[in-house]
Design a protein around this ligand. Structure first.
Ligand SMILES: Nc1nc2c(ncn2[C@@H]2O[C@H](COP(=O)(O)OP(=O)(O)OP(=O)(O)O)[C@@H](O)[C@H]2O)c(=O)[nH]1
Ligand SMILES: [Mg+2]
Length: 268
């Protein structure tokens, strides 16, 4: 585990692991013991969290593996080059969820100071994990966050949206206490518990203009991509379902496009 070794040497600036390795379920629990996965906070991270005072906000990032998520947090939020573990190979780097060991200072919309925790998550779609694991990481990150960054590379096309298909299974992993069962819940009900959603598109090299050549904002670009597709086939219905759920779950949403930070491969 690259990250746990790094954390030893980084002391108070360490990344602390919110240990999300599934525990074997206790024998006596529930009627579906095989489905019970317990996630546990690493002791070191627990101690850090207990010491926090005052209101906190949480920013987390999630998205497909090997797409520069950890790099983004280091450069944009922590303002340093060696924070969360960044890996140059094809192999997944971040495992589980990690919280930066020092809150950054932020402000509420009312201008009150607030401590902001920065959480990095394991990339989705890695070959060594199954989709259930992915959707759990994704769900946990959403539930923990007040501001959720979804990171992807290239553009917001059908592929990028379909990589969000795990959002369809999100509600299966989130039970609203007031109502118990999830099946009959209107997705709108979830939105009150869900964070602001920011789609960050990396290596974006296109011009943001509409079909008349007029400039558009990245938010307008995102909203355009969320418009329903015409047609009645199962494929179209699946595509539109992702769009509908995104719009219902995340009332506050925005998009930010970023160019490739460096042109020389070896400097990345
Ligand atoms: N092309 C490109 N590469 C980037 C960008 N940002 C970071 N990288 C490089 O992409 C590689 C992976 O970066 P990471 O930050 O480890 O990616 P990650 O998404 O956290 O990866 P996992 O933790 O394995 O999911 C590193 O070599 C980075 O230097 C970017 O904006 N564009
Ligand atoms: Mg990472």
């Amino acid at each position: 585990m690259r990250n746990s070794r790094r954390s030893r040497s980084l002391l108070s600036f360490t990344t602390l692991k919110l240990n999300v390795s599934p525990h074997p379920p206790p024998e006596e629990t529930g009627s579906h013991p095989s489905q019970l996965i317990v996630y546990e906070i690493h002791e070191e991270a627990g101690d850090f969290l207990k010491k926090l005072q005052g209101p906190i906000g949480i920013i987390s990032v999630a998205g497909m593996y090997r797409t520069g998520k950890s790099y983004l947090l280091n450069r944009m939020l922590l303002d340093r080059s060696n924070g969360f573990g960044v890996g140059p190979t094809i192999n997944p780097c971040t495992k589980g969820m990690w919280v930066w060991g020092k809150p950054i200072q932020g402000f509420t919309p009312e201008g009150d100071p607030i401590s902001i925790l920065v959480i990095d998550t394991e990339g989705l779609g890695a070959l060594d994990e199954d989709s259930n694991h992915d959707v759990r990481i994704f769900s946990l990150a959403i539930l923990l966050s007040s501001f959720f960054i979804y990171n992807s590379v290239g553009s917001i096309d059908e592929n990028a949206l379909s990589s969000l298909s795990l959002i369809i299974n999100l509600t299966k992993h989130i039970h609203l206490k007031s109502t118990g069962l999830t099946e009959d819940i209107d997705p709108e009900e979830y939105s009150q518990y869900f964070p602001t959603f920011m789609w960050v598109v990396r290596d974006f090299a296109l011009q943001l203009v509409d079909s008349d050549g007029e400039p558009m904002t990245s938010k307008e670009y995102f909203e355009k991509a969320l418009q329903s597709q015409k047609g009645f086939s199962d494929g179209v219905e699946q595509k539109n379902r992702i769009r509908r759920l995104l719009k219902s779950f995340f009332k506050e949403r925005d998009c930010c496009t970023m160019i490739r930070p460096l042109t020389k491969e070896e400097n990345l």
